[in-house]
Design a protein around this ligand. Structure first.
Ligand code: ATP
Ligand code: MG
Length: 158
């Protein structure tokens, strides 16, 4: 169905902000105008849920999680970045694989099966988008995905 992705994202962030029990701050960098994209809301909720859960799970006390949407000509880029432990360069290409977890010792206490990002990738691909990670060990991680977007004349005029 067609949804205003800015509102949709904002509402999902709200839910996490209300439910969080950690000392982590949220920052939103969202457009002030509507962006309509055609998505499966359940699948897209799952994508965002999996990415945001990781950002919180791997965030330190007092960390900042930043949520953004950037508009490009034919797509939007949705990002979640954290100030957490980060992911070593040599592992970054594998985090979207099923059951892959970077460091068993590190992540054992945090739980999880290693499926979250594999599912997110599958769902993003179903929507015709791509997903990727930029990360620096000890500094943080940014997970981004694209969604194809056809700017309508209505959007351009508003
Ligand atoms: P699940 O999501 O199934 O509960 P999980 O979180 O371990 O388990 P994924 O979400 O698929 O699995 O993530 C795969 C691995 O990538 C994680 O185990 C972790 O090592 C690494 N990772 C993912 N997101 C982050 C992040 N924001 N910061 C640091 N490492 C991350
Ligand atoms: Mg996960």
């Amino acid at each position: 169905e067609w949804v205003n992705f800015v509102d949709f994202y904002d509402r999902i962030i709200d839910r996490f902000e209300m439910a969080k029990d950690q000392n982590v701050s949220f920052k939103r960098q969202l457009p002030t105008h509507a962006i309509f994209v055609e998505i499966d809301e359940d699948k897209m909720t799952q994508v965002l849920y999996n990415i945001i859960s990781n950002a919180l799970k791997y965030s330190p006390e007092g960390g900042l999680v930043t949520f953004s949407i950037k508009e490009e000509e034919d797509k939007i880029i949705v990002s979640v970045s954290d100030q957490g432990v980060g992911i070593p360069k040599e592992n970054i290409s594998k985090i979207f694989d099923r059951f892959y977890r970077v460091d068993k010792a590190r992540t054992r206490k945090l739980g999880g099966t290693g499926l979250g990002l594999a599912i997110a990738k599958e769902m993003v691909n179903v929507h015709g988008g791509m997903i990727w990670a930029v990360s620096e060990e000890g500094k943080g991680t940014e997970i981004s995905f694209s969604l194809p977007y056809e700017q309508t004349e209505e959007d351009e005029w508003s």
